[in-house]
Design a binder for this molecule. Sequence first.
Ligand code: ATP
Ligand code: MG
Length: 438
Amino acid sequence: MIKKIIKKIIPQKTKKISKKHHPLRDEMLSHAAERVIRTLSESGFEAYVVGGAVRDLLCQREPKDFDVATDATPNEVRRLFRRSRIIGRRFPIVHVPIGYEIIEVTTFRSGDVELHNSEGRIMRDNVYGTRAEDSSRRDFTCNALYYDPLKEILIDDHNGWKDIQAKKLVMIGDPVARFREDPVRILRAIRLSAKLGFKMADNIQAAITQCQLLLKNEPIARLFDEITKELLCGYSVECLNRLRLSNISDTIHPLYRSITLDENSQQWQFLQIVLKNTDQRVQEDLPISIGFILAAILWQDVRQLWQKHKATGTSPEQSMVDAVKQMRQSMETGFGIPNRFISIMREIWALQPHLENLRGKRPYRVLRREYFRSAYDFYVLRTQCNDASASIADWWKTFQAASEHQREEMIQQLNAGKSKPKNKRKRRKKSPKKTDGD
Ligand code: ATP
Ligand code: MG
């Protein structure tokens, strides 16, 4: 059965689109990508720009990076570029650094049939193949275009250019079989369609419903990787909407619990504020902290634990220490979040009650904490959904900008009980519906 599917999707005839019928031009490529292709070609190899870069250029977007596919083996590529390095053991690829850029050069791979297990899952995909085979093992038609900048020809075996023009995400082959081979393609389908503003073909949508629970068996680290891409692609709000529309189960990964939130809940509103802010920063090319976004996604869980500890009479600061400790245990076992992000998250959470305790000389100590700025930004976002005090946020804003002398005055005024910022959230006009985690 699978053998038949693969046979069917390997194109029998190569479709070459000349420069008259596509908008790509060699000057759209980076200097590094062009040089890698020229060098490979001058040594008698086939070489093309492939995947995301061709797709993004055809969608009039700036590519994140340029990947090259070739019939040269990794060792052959390695010999042509002095500073290049072979990486990856299972399927070796070559990183070719040119100036500040790194071009990833991959040898054509075949999606060979014998390499699937009885359920259709790809067990091995490390066999070299022809360019046509390489195109058939790719996921979507828009990702299977090959551009030769020297001849200015676009090779399009699966009608990807037509689908891009129609803004349609189309799977190469049968979506159910392709999702069984690799369930992560489900998340790729959702992210790509969100990022490109494409409509998913109906059969993809139906296959997502049928196959999504296969994602539960994926290694947690790979799922976490995909979630990071969703958060950083510049369209995280749209990704969340589409995960919701596709009814992706919140049991696939704990970070997906937010998919099922009530739209009127404070947590949903907070998440929308944080993700919109992230998308804007990505689009403006500003730095993004993954730890910060993850701290926001899990904030309501922490907040709930924090409230529980506070209700026993424990101080807000100690209650937060206890809440963070509890969160840490579950994060380390079942979330796949690398430790470097966990430590930022912990600091952001831990500082939240300290930002509200302005007694004595405490503000000076808080200001010196390594993650003060992130914690403060987090606090400000909380004020936007009435989860924190706007007047305390304003106080900190003034305090940060103040001179040493002015700071001293602000502290003295506080301690004398004058101009104390109110630790009050604004009253909501309507009483909110029951919120998750409240
Ligand atoms: P991005 O802009 O996020 O980098 P991309 O399409 O370039 O998007 P990559 O993960 O860099 O994504 O993959 C490069 C190419 O490799 C894809 O365009 C696609 O052709 C192919 N590919 C990647 N992952 C898969 C997969 N799971 N199954 C099949 N093909 C894949
Ligand atoms: Mg890419």
